[in-house]
Design a protein around this ligand. Structure first.
Ligand code: HEC
Length: 250
Protein backbone atom coordinates (compact mmCIF):
# COMPACT_ATOMS: atom_id res chain seq x y z
CA UNK A 1 0.00 0.00 0.00
CA UNK A 2 1.45 3.35 -0.88
CA UNK A 3 2.05 5.96 1.77
CA UNK A 4 -0.71 8.35 0.65
CA UNK A 5 -3.31 5.60 1.12
CA UNK A 6 -2.05 4.84 4.56
CA UNK A 7 -2.26 8.49 5.55
CA UNK A 8 -5.79 8.74 4.21
CA UNK A 9 -6.92 5.64 6.10
CA UNK A 10 -5.36 6.84 9.36
CA UNK A 11 -6.99 10.21 8.83
CA UNK A 12 -10.40 8.63 8.18
CA UNK A 13 -10.08 6.52 11.33
CA UNK A 14 -9.21 9.56 13.42
CA UNK A 15 -11.84 11.85 11.97
CA UNK A 16 -14.74 10.78 14.21
CA UNK A 17 -12.66 11.51 17.31
CA UNK A 18 -11.59 14.85 15.94
CA UNK A 19 -15.09 16.16 15.29
CA UNK A 20 -16.85 14.69 18.30
CA UNK A 21 -16.43 17.04 21.23
CA UNK A 22 -17.58 15.37 24.41
CA UNK A 23 -19.28 18.10 26.46
CA UNK A 24 -17.48 16.78 29.53
CA UNK A 25 -14.13 17.66 27.99
CA UNK A 26 -12.14 20.85 28.25
CA UNK A 27 -11.01 23.25 25.58
CA UNK A 28 -7.50 24.57 25.72
CA UNK A 29 -5.96 27.38 23.76
CA UNK A 30 -2.19 27.36 23.37
CA UNK A 31 0.20 29.74 21.63
CA UNK A 32 1.01 28.42 18.14
CA UNK A 33 4.65 27.93 19.16
CA UNK A 34 3.58 25.40 21.79
CA UNK A 35 1.59 23.42 19.25
CA UNK A 36 4.27 23.62 16.54
CA UNK A 37 7.00 22.46 18.90
CA UNK A 38 5.02 19.30 19.64
CA UNK A 39 4.71 20.07 23.36
CA UNK A 40 0.92 19.92 23.34
CA UNK A 41 0.93 16.52 21.62
CA UNK A 42 3.31 15.31 24.30
CA UNK A 43 1.65 16.88 27.32
CA UNK A 44 -2.08 16.50 26.80
CA UNK A 45 -2.27 12.71 26.27
CA UNK A 46 -0.18 12.19 29.41
CA UNK A 47 -2.65 14.22 31.44
CA UNK A 48 -5.62 12.42 29.84
CA UNK A 49 -4.10 9.03 30.52
CA UNK A 50 -3.76 9.83 34.22
CA UNK A 51 -7.15 11.46 34.71
CA UNK A 52 -9.44 10.34 31.89
CA UNK A 53 -10.07 14.03 31.15
CA UNK A 54 -9.74 14.91 27.49
CA UNK A 55 -8.51 18.29 26.34
CA UNK A 56 -9.30 19.69 22.92
CA UNK A 57 -7.22 22.40 21.36
CA UNK A 58 -9.60 25.17 20.36
CA UNK A 59 -9.37 28.75 19.22
CA UNK A 60 -11.81 30.47 21.53
CA UNK A 61 -13.84 30.43 24.73
CA UNK A 62 -11.23 28.21 26.27
CA UNK A 63 -11.37 26.74 29.73
CA UNK A 64 -7.59 26.90 29.82
CA UNK A 65 -5.06 29.13 28.07
CA UNK A 66 -1.33 28.48 27.85
CA UNK A 67 0.44 31.54 26.56
CA UNK A 68 3.61 33.60 26.68
CA UNK A 69 1.45 36.68 27.26
CA UNK A 70 0.15 37.00 30.78
CA UNK A 71 -3.54 37.83 31.14
CA UNK A 72 -5.72 38.14 34.23
CA UNK A 73 -4.98 35.50 36.84
CA UNK A 74 -1.90 34.26 34.97
CA UNK A 75 0.40 31.89 36.80
CA UNK A 76 3.89 31.09 35.52
CA UNK A 77 3.65 27.52 34.19
CA UNK A 78 6.99 26.79 32.56
CA UNK A 79 9.90 28.38 30.74
CA UNK A 80 10.39 28.05 27.02
CA UNK A 81 12.94 29.39 24.57
CA UNK A 82 13.40 33.00 25.68
CA UNK A 83 9.95 33.15 27.25
CA UNK A 84 8.01 32.34 30.33
CA UNK A 85 4.67 30.66 29.65
CA UNK A 86 1.63 31.19 31.81
CA UNK A 87 -1.51 29.23 32.52
CA UNK A 88 -4.79 31.09 32.75
CA UNK A 89 -8.19 29.65 33.49
CA UNK A 90 -11.46 31.01 32.11
CA UNK A 91 -13.91 32.79 34.39
CA UNK A 92 -15.58 30.35 36.77
CA UNK A 93 -13.38 27.43 35.70
CA UNK A 94 -14.85 23.92 35.78
CA UNK A 95 -13.26 21.60 38.36
CA UNK A 96 -11.52 19.72 35.61
CA UNK A 97 -9.74 22.87 34.45
CA UNK A 98 -8.49 23.54 37.98
CA UNK A 99 -7.36 19.94 38.11
CA UNK A 100 -5.32 20.41 34.95
CA UNK A 101 -3.75 23.57 36.40
CA UNK A 102 -2.80 21.73 39.57
CA UNK A 103 -1.36 18.82 37.62
CA UNK A 104 0.69 21.11 35.38
CA UNK A 105 2.04 23.30 38.18
CA UNK A 106 2.87 20.50 40.58
CA UNK A 107 5.57 17.84 40.37
CA UNK A 108 4.13 15.50 37.75
CA UNK A 109 3.27 18.19 35.23
CA UNK A 110 6.56 20.04 35.73
CA UNK A 111 8.47 16.79 35.29
CA UNK A 112 6.50 16.00 32.14
CA UNK A 113 7.45 19.42 30.74
CA UNK A 114 11.10 18.71 31.47
CA UNK A 115 10.92 15.31 29.77
CA UNK A 116 9.80 16.72 26.44
CA UNK A 117 12.49 16.70 23.75
CA UNK A 118 12.54 18.17 20.31
CA UNK A 119 15.23 16.76 18.06
CA UNK A 120 16.88 15.45 21.18
CA UNK A 121 16.95 18.90 22.84
CA UNK A 122 15.18 19.99 25.98
CA UNK A 123 13.53 23.31 25.21
CA UNK A 124 11.01 23.71 28.04
CA UNK A 125 11.92 23.97 31.69
CA UNK A 126 10.05 23.87 34.97
CA UNK A 127 8.86 27.31 36.09
CA UNK A 128 11.15 27.17 39.12
CA UNK A 129 14.22 26.11 37.15
CA UNK A 130 16.70 28.93 37.48
CA UNK A 131 19.15 27.78 34.85
CA UNK A 132 19.58 30.89 32.73
CA UNK A 133 18.79 30.09 29.11
CA UNK A 134 20.10 33.33 27.74
CA UNK A 135 23.64 34.33 28.50
CA UNK A 136 23.77 37.56 30.44
CA UNK A 137 26.21 40.13 29.22
CA UNK A 138 28.26 42.18 31.69
CA UNK A 139 26.60 45.35 32.88
CA UNK A 140 28.07 48.80 32.53
CA UNK A 141 25.31 50.94 33.94
CA UNK A 142 25.01 52.71 37.27
CA UNK A 143 22.36 50.95 39.35
CA UNK A 144 21.66 53.94 41.64
CA UNK A 145 20.91 56.20 38.70
CA UNK A 146 18.96 53.38 37.12
CA UNK A 147 16.73 53.07 40.16
CA UNK A 148 15.77 56.73 40.00
CA UNK A 149 15.17 56.52 36.24
CA UNK A 150 13.03 53.41 36.65
CA UNK A 151 10.70 54.99 39.20
CA UNK A 152 10.46 58.16 37.12
CA UNK A 153 9.89 56.55 33.72
CA UNK A 154 8.46 53.09 34.29
CA UNK A 155 6.83 53.43 37.71
CA UNK A 156 3.56 54.86 36.48
CA UNK A 157 2.73 51.46 34.94
CA UNK A 158 5.11 48.91 36.50
CA UNK A 159 5.62 48.22 40.17
CA UNK A 160 9.35 48.95 40.26
CA UNK A 161 9.96 48.28 43.95
CA UNK A 162 8.73 49.10 47.44
CA UNK A 163 8.41 52.82 46.83
CA UNK A 164 5.63 52.43 44.28
CA UNK A 165 4.25 49.02 45.14
CA UNK A 166 0.66 50.34 45.30
CA UNK A 167 1.01 52.53 42.23
CA UNK A 168 1.62 50.36 39.17
CA UNK A 169 -1.18 49.36 36.81
CA UNK A 170 -2.61 46.09 38.10
CA UNK A 171 -2.28 44.01 34.95
CA UNK A 172 1.22 45.27 34.12
CA UNK A 173 3.98 42.89 35.23
CA UNK A 174 6.15 44.12 38.11
CA UNK A 175 9.89 44.54 37.69
CA UNK A 176 10.45 41.69 40.17
CA UNK A 177 8.27 39.35 38.12
CA UNK A 178 10.02 40.29 34.90
CA UNK A 179 13.41 39.93 36.59
CA UNK A 180 12.50 36.25 36.95
CA UNK A 181 12.28 35.73 33.18
CA UNK A 182 15.30 33.75 31.97
CA UNK A 183 15.86 36.39 29.28
CA UNK A 184 15.06 39.41 31.44
CA UNK A 185 18.16 41.26 30.31
CA UNK A 186 17.28 41.09 26.61
CA UNK A 187 13.78 42.21 27.34
CA UNK A 188 14.82 45.23 29.36
CA UNK A 189 17.56 46.19 26.95
CA UNK A 190 15.05 46.11 24.11
CA UNK A 191 11.93 47.17 26.02
CA UNK A 192 11.36 50.04 23.57
CA UNK A 193 10.82 47.49 20.77
CA UNK A 194 8.34 45.42 22.78
CA UNK A 195 4.68 46.31 23.07
CA UNK A 196 3.22 48.50 24.37
CA UNK A 197 6.30 50.73 24.56
CA UNK A 198 7.22 51.57 20.92
CA UNK A 199 4.45 54.15 20.54
CA UNK A 200 5.68 56.20 23.50
CA UNK A 201 9.35 55.35 23.95
CA UNK A 202 12.36 56.89 22.33
CA UNK A 203 16.05 56.14 22.78
CA UNK A 204 18.18 59.03 21.62
CA UNK A 205 20.01 58.18 18.44
CA UNK A 206 18.56 54.66 18.33
CA UNK A 207 14.86 55.02 17.58
CA UNK A 208 13.36 57.40 15.03
CA UNK A 209 12.01 60.58 16.63
CA UNK A 210 8.27 60.67 17.29
CA UNK A 211 6.21 61.85 14.35
CA UNK A 212 5.45 65.52 15.10
CA UNK A 213 2.00 65.22 13.55
CA UNK A 214 1.22 62.18 15.61
CA UNK A 215 2.15 62.86 19.22
CA UNK A 216 2.12 59.83 21.49
CA UNK A 217 -1.14 59.58 23.40
CA UNK A 218 0.69 58.89 26.66
CA UNK A 219 3.50 60.87 28.29
CA UNK A 220 6.53 59.75 26.29
CA UNK A 221 9.64 58.07 27.67
CA UNK A 222 12.85 59.57 26.34
CA UNK A 223 16.09 57.93 27.44
CA UNK A 224 19.64 57.73 26.20
CA UNK A 225 21.31 54.36 25.68
CA UNK A 226 23.44 55.05 28.79
CA UNK A 227 20.34 55.70 30.86
CA UNK A 228 18.82 52.45 29.64
CA UNK A 229 22.06 50.66 30.67
CA UNK A 230 21.63 52.22 34.13
CA UNK A 231 18.09 50.82 34.32
CA UNK A 232 19.33 47.36 33.31
CA UNK A 233 22.07 47.55 35.98
CA UNK A 234 19.41 48.44 38.56
CA UNK A 235 17.12 45.59 37.44
CA UNK A 236 20.05 43.15 37.71
CA UNK A 237 20.05 43.75 41.46
CA UNK A 238 16.32 43.16 41.95
CA UNK A 239 15.43 39.89 43.65
CA UNK A 240 13.32 37.93 41.14
CA UNK A 241 9.75 37.17 42.18
CA UNK A 242 9.48 33.53 43.17
CA UNK A 243 8.13 31.94 40.03
CA UNK A 244 7.96 28.54 41.63
CA UNK A 245 5.49 29.64 44.30
CA UNK A 246 3.10 26.80 45.06
CA UNK A 247 -0.34 27.04 43.53
CA UNK A 248 -3.05 28.44 45.78
CA UNK A 249 -5.87 25.98 45.28
CA UNK A 250 -9.26 27.61 45.15
C1 HEC B 1 2.35 53.35 29.95
C2 HEC B 1 2.66 52.17 30.69
C3 HEC B 1 4.07 51.62 30.67
C4 HEC B 1 5.26 52.29 30.88
C5 HEC B 1 5.44 53.76 31.19
C6 HEC B 1 6.30 51.29 30.83
N1 HEC B 1 5.77 50.05 30.55
FE1 HEC B 1 6.81 48.30 30.37
N2 HEC B 1 5.08 47.31 30.00
C7 HEC B 1 3.81 47.86 30.05
C8 HEC B 1 2.82 46.81 29.88
C9 HEC B 1 1.32 46.98 29.86
C10 HEC B 1 3.55 45.60 29.70
C11 HEC B 1 3.01 44.19 29.48
C12 HEC B 1 2.90 43.86 28.02
C13 HEC B 1 2.42 42.45 27.81
O1 HEC B 1 2.09 41.76 28.76
O2 HEC B 1 2.39 42.04 26.65
C14 HEC B 1 4.96 45.96 29.78
C15 HEC B 1 5.99 45.04 29.65
C16 HEC B 1 7.32 45.34 29.82
C17 HEC B 1 8.41 44.41 29.63
C18 HEC B 1 8.26 42.97 29.18
C19 HEC B 1 8.01 43.02 27.68
C20 HEC B 1 7.96 41.65 27.03
O3 HEC B 1 7.25 41.52 26.01
O4 HEC B 1 8.64 40.75 27.50
C21 HEC B 1 9.56 45.07 29.92
C22 HEC B 1 10.96 44.51 29.89
C23 HEC B 1 9.20 46.43 30.29
N3 HEC B 1 7.84 46.55 30.21
C24 HEC B 1 10.11 47.41 30.65
C25 HEC B 1 9.78 48.73 30.86
C26 HEC B 1 10.74 49.74 31.25
C27 HEC B 1 12.22 49.51 31.44
C28 HEC B 1 10.04 50.91 31.35
C29 HEC B 1 10.58 52.28 31.70
C30 HEC B 1 11.76 52.75 31.03
C31 HEC B 1 8.64 50.63 31.04
N4 HEC B 1 8.53 49.29 30.77
C32 HEC B 1 7.63 51.56 31.02
C33 HEC B 1 3.51 49.20 30.24
C34 HEC B 1 4.41 50.20 30.47
Amino acid sequence: MCRIHLILIVFALCLPQMVRADPADLTLHADPALIESGLMKFLLPRFSLKTGIKLHLGPDAPDITLSGTAGPGARPAFKGPARLYYIMLGADPPDKASRFARWLLEDTGQRTIEQFRREGQQIYFAAADDAPQVAETPLEGNAAIGERLSYANCGRCHVVGHENRMKGIGSTPSFALMRGFPDWQNRFQGFYTLNPHPSFSQITGVTAPFDEALPPAIIPIELTQDELDDIVAFVAGIKPADLGAPLQTQ
